[in-house]
Ligand binder design. Structure first.
Ligand SMILES: Nc1ncnc2c1ncn2[C@@H]1O[C@H](COP(=O)(O)OP(=O)(O)O)[C@@H](O)[C@H]1O
Ligand SMILES: [Mg+2]
Length: 247
């Protein structure tokens, strides 16, 4: 990869005290991630995948080490992560295992909320939310509340919400775990397209080996340590992007 990394993690550890023992949830992890890359993070349960993502997303500080985003050192032990709320909002989109949509809002309103928090006026926020949902094949669902959406549809609304502020870094923690294999594959293909067409850096934690062909790189964790970093199939045989209207 050419150019400065969008995300750079250097020697990041996260240790928890548990009684007399120290749990090394993440241990001396370093990685660089670039715009346009789709990176998979795998490893057994408890290997530190979520911890790595939380540290990259500036939701947890590392016990040791540092995180730089767009060349700025933003996270290190004792950094004021609360003070980075606006930075997070503008630079990072999160997608979790469960869509966590607001139940009494429609799909469009759930997405528009993310824009309104960033001070976009209600009408343009609504219009762009609808546009994003249409791009994710949810144009017929914009007025539905979450209870009237399938699991896959809810997860696509959550992805639209994560994309709303056009963040350069998108972090997803097992976003397909609650979906069947067909829907799960569709969501992973969507991340692939987002990385290519928005030139976003997308990091996805996944247990599902069936999607690994879509990734540029797969980082494997074991006991909190990065044990391998394999180049995925798509780097050698790139997936051709479909026409896609995301701005
Ligand atoms: N807040 C916490 N307090 C104590 N231990 C934790 C905490 N968060 C995570 N851990 C431990 O750190 C390890 C890694 O957790 P996690 O990052 O959630 O793994 P994964 O996402 O790969 O399943 C696990 O052993 C987990 O129990
Ligand atoms: Mg996890």
């Amino acid at each position: 990869m050419i150019g400065a990394p969008l995300l750079s993690v250097r020697g990041a550890s996260r240790h928890y005290q548990s009684g007399d023992t120290i749990v090394r949830a993440l241990d001396d992890a370093s990685l660089d991630a670039h715009a346009g890359e789709l990176i998979g993070i795998t490893g057994p349960s408890g290997s530190g995948k979520s911890t790595l993502l939380l540290i990259c997303g500036l939701l947890e500080p590392p016990t040791h080490g540092e995180v730089c985003i767009r060349g700025r050192q933003v996270s290190y032990p004792d950094a004021d992560l609360d003070g980075l709320r606006a930075f997070r909002r503008d630079n990072i989109g999160f997608v979790f295992q469960k869509a966590n949509l607001i139940p009494f809002l429609t799909a469009a309103e759930n997405v528009a909320v993310a824009l309104e928090i960033a001070n976009v006026a209600p009408q343009p926020a609504h219009d762009y939310a609808v546009e994003l949902l249409e791009a994710l094949d949810l144009g017929h669902r914009v007025e539905n509340r979450p209870a009237r959406l399938s699991g896959g549809e809810q997860q696509r609304v959550a992805i639209a919400r994560a994309l709303a502020n056009d963040p350069p870094l998108i972090l997803a923690d097992e976003p397909t775990a609650a979906l069947d294999s067909v829907r799960g594959r569709q969501v992973m293909e969507l991340f692939r397209r987002i990385a290519i067409e928005r030139e976003a850096c997308v990091m996805v934690v996944t247990h599902d080996p069936r999607s690994l062909d879509l990734f540029d790189r797969v980082i494997e964790l074991e006991d909190g340590r990065i044990v391998s970093e394999a180049t995925g199939k798509s780097a050698a045989d790139p997936v051709q992007p479909q026409p896609f209207i995301l701005k």
